[in-house]
Design a protein. Sequence first.
Length: 424
Amino acid sequence: MSAKGRATPEKKLQNAQDIAKYLLGDPSLGIEPLSMSEIQNKMNFAEIKSVKDYKKLAIKLGFLEVDENHKAIIPKKSYEELFRIYGDKFPLMKDPLMVEWDQVDKTKNHRQGTKVHEECTRTLLKFFNTVKETPTGLIKRHDPKYVEKLKNVYLEKYQKGTSWQIMKTKKIGGLASMELRLNYALASFCSLHGITWQRGYEGMNRRIVNHGKYSKEHLTKDEFTKCDKYLIEKYGVDSDEYRWFWVGIETCSRYGALFTMKLQWTESTNSKGKTTLFMQAYESKTSKKNDGMWDKWIKRQKTIEALRALKARGGLRIYENKSNRPLESKAKGSFTDYMINVMRDLYSHLGKDPESIAFKKPTHILRHYGCHYWLAKGNYSNHVLVGKIGGWHTIDELIKSYGELPPEKINEELDKYEYDEDQD
């Protein structure tokens, strides 16, 4: 109801009471006091003068207590209520402590900065906005327990989907992965300003989540044959769907590398008439080595056929991204949605568990499948070669995270032994 116009004595009394109530708030109920401008908007006054006049009336009628200077005693807003969301108007990186951290972190790794610097910045932005704390407020407490308390507040909100997000449509990822990123970001920021944790302390561990958990994920030879047949029957050899799957398998590339892979190659034919395409892919995760560029070998003749067909039409990358395809356009996001659905449909055809990593990471799983595809061709004795194909820095990393010997391969080897002498 508008407060414009001449008010009755009863209405004036009610307005004075309401303004006193809004100015005081109610801490016991978690109701914050409102500012004069907030009250003006809430009560729909045309001018701030109306609020001031009714405040004077509230003092006169005893609705507001006064100090020795006859000024109303108004409680201050809590720190949390005064917190201003960091964003374009109040950028986080203008905070002096954040500026110092940014400068130090960027000088690490021979002044190239840490690999996860930008991710840490985004994580800290989401953290401070969610818990309504400032970098200064966090550091001045100089209390690791306080940091952990706020971390747990953030994770609880994150799990419920109520944490502050850079984009409100952003999907909530795994809690364990989020905790890892948060631990890394907080430890990096806090340690620079004197808040540290004992090495190995579980509350702030920075171990990679599920490291090696999916190293046995693979497709059998029969499953690869089934994939090939299904993709050809549904889409054809000359299709983005076919190229995406098989180039992903043969190059062991991550999603970003597949998406940006150029349709360029040199080729060679051996004495048996078999052709190989020599391609390259950019792996941003390994940008500190080889400038992120890795050699790739395409050996399957149908994959070569699919790539040649697209190049003959003037293609620039390994996919065509046709404008009439459902759920997609030229945008990366919509193409991603489409290819995720294609890969999940393929895994459903194979009978894979909908709760498995294949459905959670439909393109990244190709890197796992590709690793085992090549290892199987060498009877799991060719880890050095496969390491070069997939861009793994060490053989140990390849085995732990991607290429552990499958149970059926172990059993195949055990079947070669003689067991009759063990019989009674």
